[in-house]
Design a protein around this ligand. Structure first.
Ligand code: PMP
Length: 371
C-alpha cells in the first residue's frame, strides 16, 4: 500500500513558486487570429521573399539536426559584427533580444540591486527587475511623453544604479533620445547602461554603438524582429566590450540559437538592398499614418521615430480596439500603461493595410459622432 504523498494538493505545490514570480502575469498578447490586418505587435508586414524561402528549404536538407549548434552562431556573429563595424567578440546572439533581457537579469540583478528605467517602457524590463527583486526606480516622462533625460540622469546618480535601461526609439511611445542625452547618462552612470535599439533601423539619429569606444559600461541591444522582419525566427543580439560579453556569457543558457535560424538570418543579411527598401517604405508609411491621424478631428497622435505610433481619440480605447477588430484590423490598447490612458498603438503595415486601418478608424469614429 503506497503511503500518502508528502505533497498532495496542487495549491501547496504552487506555494513553492517564488512570490516575485507568482505576483506576475504571463506575457500574453491575446490576438484574435482571424483579423486580416495585423498591426498590433510592431512586426514587419514583409515576409521573407519566396525565392529565399525556397533556397532555405534546400539548405534545410543539409542541416545536421542531430548535432548541437555551436555555443554562439559564429558565422552569424561575424556577419553582424562586419555589418555593424564592431568586434565579434563583443556580440552575444540570443533567442530574440527578450532572451538577452533575462540574461541581464541573471548577470546583474541581485535582490535590492538599484535599477533605473524610464517610463513608459517595454514591459519586459520591469518584469525582469521585479522577478529578480531588484530595487527599481522608474522615471516618469515629460508631459509630452518624451524622455526626461535630466531626471533619468539624476536618478541614475542618486540611486547608484547598477543597471539603467534606455529603449530608443521607445516602445510604446515611438519617441527617441538624442545621442547627446544618451551620452550624458552613460557618462554619469556608475553601472551599465543598456541601450535597446530594437527600432534602430527607423531612427534618423542612428545607433549609440559608437559610444562603446569611449565608455566600457554601454551595452547595445538589437533585434532581427523589426526592421529585418524575422519576429517568427527569434534572433536578437547584444554588443558590448568583449571582456563584458565574456562574463555575461557565463550566466546564459547554452545553445540558444539553433542551426536553422542562423542560416535564415545569414541568407537575409545578403539582401541588403531589399532590407533598405523595406525599411524606407516602413519609415514613410509611419510618417504617412501620423499625418493622416493628425488630420482626423478628435484624434491626438504622438510623433514617432519607429515603425509604429500611438494615438488616442475621445472614445474608450477598449471599445475602439474592439470596433477596429470587428472591421478586421488589429491594433494594441496601451491603456495598461498608467501614462497612456486611452492610447492605442498601430504598427505600420503595407499600403493596403494602412489604408484599411485608416478607413476602419474613420468609419468607427463617424459612427459614434452620428450615434
Ligand atoms: N525591445 C523592445 C523595445 C521591443 O519593443 C521588443 C518587441 N516588442 C523587443 C525588445 C523584443 O524583441 P525580440 O523579438 O528580439 O525578442
Amino acid at each position: 500500500m503506497p503511503s500518502t504523498p508528502a505533497l498532495s494538493s496542487i495549491d501547496d505545490v504552487l506555494t513553492l513558486i517564488r512570490p516575485s514570480v507568482r505576483d506576475e502575469h504571463a506575457y500574453v498578447v491575446g490576438a484574435p487570429s482571424e483579423c486580416e490586418v495585423k498591426l498590433n505587435q510592431n512586426e514587419s508586414p514583409y515576409d521573407l521573399p519566396a525565392e529565399l524561402k525556397q533556397e532555405l528549404a534546400e539548405a534545410f536538407t543539409h542541416i545536421d539536426a542531430n548535432r548541437y549548434p555551436n555555443e554562439q552562431p559564429n558565422e552569424l556573429r561575424d556577419a553582424l559584427a562586419e555589418r555593424d563595424g564592431v568586434d565579434p567578440e563583443g556580440i552575444i546572439v540570443g533567442n530574440g533580444s527578450n532572451e538577452l533581457t533575462y540574461t541581464f537579469g541573471t548577470a546583474f540583478l541581485d535582490p535590492g540591486t538599484p535599477v533605473v528605467m524610464p517610463r513608459p517602457m517595454f514591459s519586459l524590463y520591469e518584469k525582469v527587475a521585479r522577478i529578480c527583486n531588484a530595487d527599481l526606480t522608474p522615471v516618469p516622462p515629460r508631459d509630452d511623453l518624451s524622455f526626461d533625460a535630466d531626471a533619468i540622469k539624476r536618478a541614475v546618480v542618486d540611486t547608484g544604479a547598477v543597471m539603467t535601461v534606455l529603449t530608443t526609439p521607445n516602445n510604446p511611445t515611438g519617441l527617441a533620445m538624442t545621442m547627446d542625452e544618451i551620452e550624458q547618462i552613460v557618462r554619469a552612470a556608475e553601472g551599465i547602461v543598456v541601450v535597446d535599439e530594437a527600432y534602430v533601423e527607423f531612427n534618423p539619429a542612428g545607433s549609440a554603438a559608437d559610444l562603446l569606444e569611449t565608455y566600457p559600461n554601454v551595452v547595445i541591444l538589437r533585434t532581427l524582429s523589426k526592421g529585418m522582419g524575422l519576429a517568427g525566427v527569434r534572433l536578437g543580439y547584444m554588443i558590448a566590450r568583449p571582456e563584458l560579453a565574456h562574463e555575461i556569457m557565463k550566466s546564459r543558457l547554452p545553445f540558444m540559437v539553433d542551426r536553422f535560424s542562423e542560416k535564415i538570418a545569414l541568407a537575409l543579411i545578403q539582401h541588403d538592398d531589399l532590407l533598405s527598401e523595406r525599411v524606407a517604405a516602413l519609415k514613410q508609411a509611419t510618417q504617412s499614418l501620423i499625418a493622416a491621424l493628425e488630420e482626423m478631428p478628435g484624434v491626438e497622435v504622438v510623433p514617432s521615430e519607429a515603425n509604429f505610433c500611438i494615438f488616442r481619440t475621445e472614445r474608450d480605447a477598449d471599445a475602439l480596439q474592439a470596433d477596429l477588430a470587428a472591421s478586421g484590423v488589429l491594433v494594441r490598447n496601451m491603456g495598461g500603461y498608467p501614462e497612456l490612458p486611452g492610447y492605442l498603438r498601430v504598427s505600420a503595415g503595407t499600403e493596403a493595410e494602412n489604408k484599411a486601418f485608416l478607413t476602419a478608424l474613420e468609419r468607427s469614429l463617424a459612427r459614434v459622432d452620428t450615434a
